[in-house]
Every structure is written in structure tokens, then in C-alpha cells.
Ligand binder design. Structure first.
Ligand code: F6R
Length: 610
């Protein structure tokens, strides 16, 4: 949430900052701003609106500075209006900061500063931090000491960059709980809240850890803790290409990422699925193999779409490994008093690897002595680093705010995990071979569904005026009903709810009339007949049914208003296919309603606040 970029080097900073902000805009997009040294002071432009608008406000200005900071905001404290946009300055206006996260004790600090005569212009916690650092700088005359002292007194989370007109040859970056990655070039550094703002300039990066500070100058970088203990940075190579963060001819990142799924699903399985042997190789779990052998229970945790993947994983792992699984919202797990034994294994699932609730659940589980694994997309992210072991999903950067390709890649890894745990227990090589062989066929089957986009768009057109949608599925497709409903509501703003199909008669059926479209997931599995009966119940009340069903299924065609066909696969693997039309249905419905699918209102990618 919120994007941060900072630059110090030999290039003109402004174009680089604006470019970085455009790359980061998916992380928060209600306001944008920059600060650069100019003359004797700082030049700051910020506004509630897009980076493109900010760019046009700066058009034609001669701002040659080779250092600067920028921010794109997702509002936490204070509504999205110009004065709440970042950068924020201290009382002198000579020190500016951009900040992600939340300063929890901002009200206390603000009251103290007000007593000392400081005034505030915004409603934000960030301005309080800026004024606090400025006040300490006035006192000590040492910018680094002022930053360190302020940060040791604040409670909450921060990823931030400080720029001072008195020290235009220094940028100070710091982190606690909100990611900061620093790109290392030749005599230049680019600081950002994620690597997408850096990759086109350098692939060499390091990540700050919690309570760590980087003091960046053109001639070098020093890292230390906020208590002034020197640290050493470990340089990493970014693994993705620039084209992975560009639209590549698609109108939206979301559509591009939906279409990438045959490839990303294949990538998740590559080198791990030994189909001929019926075995799974997960290098990232080697160090915990014995723990997994004797595990009594798995707890899968995550938020949103990742939580839905966990629900599918529960079915798979229980079915194939006969190992009890519980699924917990990370946001609930962290505040409960969970009963954990040393033989429990907690698996945190997160695309970004930075979701605050999931990270807190990881820490809680570790504190209670459980082994904690991560299923994560972003390499080097906090969850990836803080878990004992884990598996990367390798889906490449996901820019569309609504998660799509990360979901199917999470499913790929969860199925690999189910087979891996199963083979350690009762699953025969023959059973594993059958599933593994079918997994290798799934990318082509996803492709077949994608080729039906126009047909799905036609259905979307017919229902784009609806105000409610019901999504129904059973068994392993119940979580897909939840995921379909989430996709619909987050990008089209149509209220949508997912239910296990059989639950409909326990309440939701009251909603059904001719204006209520119901999306029913009905592959031919052991519950097919029951789902067919649910469809009849909807039709008897004049509800409209869009069925997701196997190709050439005459029975469903006779009862549903529309059938979106999916290629046949093993019943257990159907979620990988049934979710694809639901992603497309949500996408085309949102387009039909004129919504900005890549930047849905109120949302932001990577929820790094509670
Ligand atoms: C929905 C969506 C969110 C995320 C959730 C967890 O489309 O993207 O629900 O799934 O915020 O994010 P990660 O997976 O990054 O932990």
C-alpha cells in the first residue's frame, strides 16, 4: 500500500521519480507527489489524483536536481485531498519525507509537539513524523541522529525516505514492517517500496530489514540499525524482466495476467513435478522434510484470495495426505490464542509476502514454537525471509490489484504440497502419477478457456446492470465460488456472495428472483446431481443461472440460462479451471460498467497495514 521512490545519483531525478511512481501506482493511487532540492530549499508538488496528472503539473518546469523523493498514496489517516498527499515536511519546510505504514502513537507525539508550539497542516500521521524529525534536527543539528532518534520513539510501521535541503547529497531510508528495497547502480541508488520501480535501472538490490536504516550518498551507502549498530547488506539479483511489468499490448494488467496463467501455472510446476515417477521435488522444503513427515496437523493461513487458495489446499491435503488441515484468516489467527503444538506446521500463503496480517500470523506461530512455511510470490519479501522454509510460486510480478495469476500458481504449489505430503504417507506412486500427468495438461486447458473470452464477454454484457450476484459451488469448488464473488465485487462494485451450493436453501434463496444472476460451478463430479438440483431450485424462482460446467454436458445445457464450458479434468483439479471463467466474467463486467479494473476504488495492492 502506497508507493515510495527515491533517487540519488548523476541523472536528473524527476523523470526517474515519475517513472517509478507510474510503476508503483498499483500500490495506491489516490494522491501523488514529489520533492526535490531546488535553489536553497525544496520544491514540492503533490495533489490528490493520479501520477499522470502530477506529471502534467510538472510539465515544462526546469528541475535539474539529481536527488529526490516521490510517493503515491493509499489513504490511512486523512482523506485523499491535496494537503494530505506526501511528501510531508517539517516546520521549516526544509525537510521532507515519504512514508508507508502507520505511526500508531502519532496522536501523543502530535500533542507534545503542539505543546511545544508546532503547527500542522494535514490530518496525517506522516506529517507528525516529519515535524518530529525536524524538531530533533533543530535540537541536534545532525540529520541522521534526528532520524534515528525519532524512529526509536515511534510505535507502528514505516518504510520511509527522508530528504533535507540542508543535506542535498544524502538520502536516508528506513524500514519497520513496510518494505524498502534499494537498487544499487554505478554511483547511484534508487530506493523503492518494491522492485518494479527499480528493475529498468539496475538488477542489483538489497532489502532493508526491520529497524534498519540506509544512508545513501553518490559515493556509497552505509547501513545500520536505528540504534547505530552497523549492519551489512546482502546484494541480490532481481529475477524478473521489464516486460513482466508492462502491459504488453493488453488494455489492462489484469487481463494480461489472466492470460499469462497457462505459462505461470507451468512455471510453478517446472522442475518440481516429476510426473513419470509420481514424485514431487520441493527444494525449498528440504530442510524441514523430517518435520513434515511427522507433522500432525497443518494450519494454512492468508488473507483474501490467498485465503481462498488455502481453502482449496485444505481439501487437497486432507484428501491426498490424510493430514488434518485448518484454514485461518491471518487477521484472526494473530489475535486469537491459537492452540499450537510443536508438531503443527503453519503455512502462510501470500502473493506479496508483505501482507501485515499474514506477517503477524507468521511471527505469532513462530513465537509459539510451530514450524512456519511460506508460499510466496515476491522473492526476498518479508514473509519469504521470516519463515523457516518455503516455496516460491514464481508467477512473476502481479500488478493488477485483483489477484489472478498468483491464485492459480498458489493452487499449483498447494497441489504439489498435497502430493508431496501424500507420498510421505499413504499416496501410491500410481495415484500421484495420474494427478501429476493431468496437472501437466492443465495449461493447455486453461488456454482453451481463455480462447472463449468473447463468449464470456457477451454474458457479462447481459448481466452488467445487476446489483447482486450469487456464486455457488460445492466441495473443492466452494472456495472458487468465494473467489469468483470476491473478484466480481472488488472490480465491478457489484455486491456478490459465495456460498456452498447446498447452503442456498438455508437463507440466500430468499434473494432469488428474475433480477438475481447465480453463477453455479457444476463440473461432473460426485456432487454434480445435487448441484443440478440447486440449479432447478433457482430456475423455479425465475433466477438466472450462469453455469460453469464440463464441455458437452447436455443435462446442464437443458437447465441453465448460459453454460460456460470448461475442458474435462480430474474432479480434484477442477478449481484450476473453474476459476478462469470467473476471473474473465468479473473483468468483462467491470469493463462494461466503465470501472478501472487495474485500480479499483479504495483498494491497493499489498496490504501492509492492519
Ligand atoms: C483480491 C486480492 C486480495 C489479496 C489479499 C492478500 O483480489 O488481491 O484479497 O489476495 O490482500 O494479499 P497477499 O496474497 O499479497 O498476502
Amino acid at each position: 500500500m502506497c508507493g515510495i521512490v527515491g533517487y540519488i545519483g548523476h541523472r536528473t531525478a524527476l523523470p526517474l521519480l515519475l517513472n517509478g511512481l507510474k510503476r508503483l501506482e498499483y500500490r495506491g493511487y489516490d494522491s501523488a507527489g514529489i520533492a526535490l532540492p531546488h535553489g536553497e530549499g525544496l520544491y514540492i508538488v503533490k495533489h490528490a489524483g493520479t501520477v499522470a496528472q502530477l506529471e502534467s503539473m510538472l510539465n515544462g518546469l526546469d528541475l535539474p536536481a539529481t536527488v529526490g523523493i516521490g510517493h503515491t498514496r493509499w489513504a490511512t489517516h486523512g482523506e485523499p485531498i491535496d494537503r494530505n498527499a506526501h511528501p510531508h515536511t517539517d516546520a521549516s519546510g526544509r525537510l521532507a519525507i515519504v512514508h508507508n505504514g502507520i505511526i500508531e502513537n502519532y496522536a501523543t507525539l502530535k500533542a507534545k509537539l503542539q505543546e511545544d508550539g508546532y503547527a500542522f497542516r494535514s490530518d496525517t500521521d506522516t506529517e507528525v513524523l516529519a515535524v518530529f524529525i525536524g524538531a530533533l534536527y533543530e535540537q541536534y543539528g545532525d540529520i541522521e541522529l534526528a532520524v534515528r532518534t525519532a524512529l526509536s520513539e515511534v510505535q507502528g510501521t514505516f518504510g520511509l525516505v527522508v530528504l533535507s535541503a540542508d543535506h542535498p547529497d544524502i538520502l536516508i531510508a528506513a524500514r519497520r514492517g513496510s518494505p524498502i528495497v534499494i537498487g544499487v547502480g554505478n554511483g547511484e541508488y534508487i530506493v523503492a517500496s518494491d522492485a518494479t520501480a527499480i528493475v529498468e535501472y539496475t538488477r542489483s538490490v538489497f532489502y532493508l530489514t526491520d529497524d534498519e536504516l540506509a544512508i545513501l550518498t553518490r559515493s556509497g551507502c552505509q547501513t545500520k540499525t536505528i540504534d547505530d549498530i552497523p549492519t551489512s547488506a546482502e546484494l541480490l539479483e532481481l529475477e524478473f524482466d521489464l516486460e513482466r511489468i508492462e502491459k504488453g499490448g493488453y488494455p489492462h494488467f489484469m487481463l494480461k495476467e489472466i492470460h499469462e496463467q497457462p505459462e505461470t501455472f507451468r512455471d510453478a510446476c517446472r522442475g518440481r513435478l516429476l510426473a513419470h515417477e509420481g514424485n514431487i521435488k520441493l527444494g525449498g522444503l528440504r530442510s524441514v522434510e523430517q518435520t513434515l513427515r511427522r507433522a500432525n496437523r497443518l494450519i494454512l493461513t492468508g488473507c483474501g484470495t490467498s485465503w481462498h487458495a488455502a481453502l482449496v489446499g485444505e481439501y487437497w491435503i486432507e484428501e491426498l495426505a490424510r493430514l488434518p488441515v485448518e484454514v485461518e484468516y491471518a487477521s484472526e489467527f494473530r489475535y486469537r490464542n491459537p492452540v499450537l503444538s510443536p508438531d503443527d506446521v503453519v503455512v502462510a500463503i501470500s502473493q506479496s509476502g508483505e501482507t501485515a496480517d499474514t506477517l503477524a500470523a507468521v511471527r505469532e506461530a513462530q513465537m509459539r514454537g510451530a514450524t512456519v512455511l511460506g508460499i510466496v510470490n515476491v522473492v526476498g519479501s518479508s514473509i519469504a525471509r521470516e519463515t523457516h522454509a518455503g516455496v516460491y510460486i514464481h508467477a512473476g510480478p502481479e500488478i493488477g490489484v485483483a489477484s489472478t495469476k498468483a491464485f492459480t500458481s498458489q493452487l499449483a504449489i498447494l497441489m504439489l504440497l498435497a502430493l508431496y505430503l501424500g507420498r510421505m504417507r499413504h499416496l501410491s506412486a500410481t495415484q500421484a502419477q495420474e494427478i501429476a500427468a493431468e496437472m501437466l495438461r492443465l495449461p493447455d486447458k486453461i488456454q482453451t478457456i481463455l480462447s472463449r473470452g468473447d463468449f464470456i464477454q457477451d454474458i457479462a454484457r447481459s448481466y452488467a446492470h445487476a446489483t447482486n450476484f450469487l456464486y455457488l459451488g460445492r466441495g473443492v469448488n466452494f472456495p472458487i465460488a468465494l473467489e469468483g464473488a470476491l473478484k466480481m465485487k472488488e472490480i465491478s462494485y457489484i455486491h456478490a456472495e459465495g456460498y456452498p451450493a447446498a447452503e442456498m436453501k438455508h437463507g440466500p434463496i430468499a434473494l432469488i428472483d428474475e433480477n438475481m444472476p447465480a453463477v453455479v460451478i457444476a463440473p461432473r463430479d460426485e456432487l454434480y446431481e445435487k448441484v443440478l438440483a440447486n440449479i432447478e431450485e433457482i430456475r423455479a424462482r425465475r433466477g438466472k443461472v450462469i453455469a460453469i460446467a464440463d464441455e458437452n454436458d447436455p443435462d446442464i445445457a437443458a437447465v441453465a440460462n448460459h453454460v460456460i464450458p470448461i475442458p474435462r479434468t480430474l474432479p480434484l483439479l477442477t478449481p484450476v479451471l473453474t476459476v478462469i471463467p470467473l476471473q474473465l466474467l468479473a473483468y468483462y463486467t467491470a469493463i462494461e460498467r466503465g470501472c478501472n479494473v487495474d485500480m479499483p476504488r479504495n483498494l491497493a495492492k499489498s496490504v501492509t497495514v492492519e
